[in-house]
Design a protein around this ligand. Sequence first.
Ligand SMILES: [Zn+2]
Length: 224
Amino acid sequence: MNNLPFIDFHTHKPPPPGVTAVVSLFPSDPVPARTYFSAGIHPWYVQTQAEEWDRLVEKISHPLCLAVGECGMDRMPRFRQTLALQEEIFKRQIDLSAETGKPLVIHCVRCYDRLLRLLPSSGPPKIIHGFTKGPELAERLTERDDIYLSFGPALLREKSKAAESFRILPPERILLETDASEIPVRRIYEAAASLRGTTVENIKRIMAENFSRIFKKSVFSPKS
Ligand SMILES: [Zn+2]
């Protein structure tokens, strides 16, 4: 198992060689070649993307589509006026995940109580992407055995709340991602290894095990 790839669980860019990624697409984006992807209606764009529901359903049925999302809710002041619509569209995507058996990739800002009430306690795994909060919330979320927390560039700041959470969570609940940043995924893995006092190879092994358990697919990028 020496040649395990770096796995980027959530990104908006095509992966470089040696990286297996789940590229996050909007419903109308073209399907990229030779990579896994997810597709969803993002809470920031519900007003325009709600009309693209049929295109979303079509993308989710693609064999290389691993997950529904990113989707979710965002209570930042500039998105507050769409909260009711955000919730409606999010619920439809939760149902789509249950119907297709594909996991959810969730964007959640200042909505965790609501999120925990909306998520069904059974069904496909739920990945909360870009997690930046502290251990108290991290532990509360991972009390449920279907919730995974995905960490990104916040890990590069050793004193961040994200770093604090990342250190204490069980290995089978942590994922790594680059999201929209230009930071190479290797740097996120190096930060992860140093925070947990282990090697990059060991972090790769943990990520490969988590990827296989969540998606039930090969950890190597698909050929076509
Ligand atoms: Zn994202």
